[in-house]
Write a protein that binds this ligand. Structure first.
Ligand code: XMP
Length: 319
């Protein structure tokens, strides 16, 4: 009989058998899959697990803090947090093309991760949150979080200095099964049932060149949108929702003054498989509240729009 508890028990035995008393490295992103792997491996092998969490400066508001809080503080998992915002922003300077940005972010991630890994003595295994759909569509180019690290570290692609064997305890599971495992392992519900977040993060939600000023504004706008979706009980009725930064200036008024500031677009979709999606028919009152809060609370924004494009022909992300 399939139960989360049984799967966990089986995987713990398998991991212990595979790893013995050796050490495992895991790239922790804060997403569901790597989080569940972290919790599972921690239960299986405790201190033989070291996680590396790379803050690329393109994460959602408080994301790094939440990851450290959940794993390092509450669960006692060994997590190394690398603050690489400056490096990522530097690599993104002058890069405006979406695919070029994805490449720059992916390559920089590998560079930072490898660098961190090389400082840790005696690691023999690399754990990954590969799930069954990743295995099936591993050739597809534009999905699944740590695909960069996957293609990089997968058999044959390992750098010379890092001959690591793979530990992939979620390889046979679908997303909903992974989520149930996460809950069973005691991860916070909100972490396990969070909307997906792309590997390149805010990097593909800031149109064109990425700048720290834009990322800071977008983080605030996104946090307001998500908070209000939760307040209105709409978060879990949408499959993915986020704000997008448009590097376009628009005029507004505050009191007697005129302001000329940036534009934020809101995107929310309903979908089963993320291959097709319908824009979410959010209540006007909710959109009104989010719009007012964003314009009033964020100095650099003068206008908010709602994206009413479905997929196809539009994609979910704007880049
Ligand atoms: P699109 O924009 O292609 O998005 O309709 C479909 C789903 O894929 C996610 N997405 C990405 N995930 N790296 C990722 O890890 C990426 O480069 C990437 N691009 C899109 C998107 O958030 C949505 O869930």
């Amino acid at each position: 009989l399939w139960t989360p508890a049984k799967i966990i028990e089986d995987q713990i035995a398998r991991v212990r058998d595979q790893v013995g008393d050796r050490h495992v490295l895991l790239g922790l992103s804060g997403g569901v899959d790597s989080s569940v792997v972290a919790a599972l491996l921690h239960r299986a092998i405790g201190d033989q697990l070291t996680c590396v969490f790379v803050d690329n400066g393109l994460l959602r508001k408080n994301e790094g803090g939440q990851v450290m809080e959940t794993f390092a503080k509450h669960m006692g998992v060994k997590v190394i947090r690398v603050d690489a915002e400056a490096l990522f922003l530097d690599k993104l300077k002058g890069v405006a093309d979406p695919e070029a940005k994805r490449k720059a972010i992916g390559n920089t991630f590998i560079e930072v991760f490898d660098d961190e890994a090389s400082k840790i003595e005696g690691v023999d295994f690399l754990a990954q949150g590969t799930i069954y759909p990743d295995v099936i569509e591993s050739a597809a180019s534009k999905t699944g979080k740590a695909h960069v690290i996957k293609s990089h570290h997968n058999v044959g692609g390992l750098p010379e200095t890092m001959k690591l064997k793979l530990v992939e305890p979620l390889r046979e599971l679908f997303k909903d099964e992974v989520r149930r495992l996460g809950v069973e392992l005691g991860l916070p519900y909100d972490m396990v049932y969070r909307h997906p977040f792309p590997g390149p993060g805010l990097g593909v939600r800031i149109l064109g060149e990425v700048k720290k000023e834009y990322a800071d504004i977008l983080r605030e706008a996104d946090a307001i949108f998500i908070e209000e979706l939760h307040n209105a009980d709409w978060y879990h009725k949408t499959s993915q929702a986020f704000a997008v930064f448009l590097p376009v200036k628009s005029v507004g008024v505050v009191g007697d003054g005129r302001r000329y500031e940036w534009v934020i677009a809101l995107r929310a979709v309903e979908t089963i498989d993320f291959m097709t999606a319908r824009w979410a028919h959010l209540p006007y009152e909710l959109l009104e509240k989010v719009s007012n809060r964003i314009i009033n609370e964020i100095a650099g924004v003068s206008r908010v729009t709602y994206d009413v494009s479905s997929k196809p022909p539009a994609t979910i992300e704007w880049e």
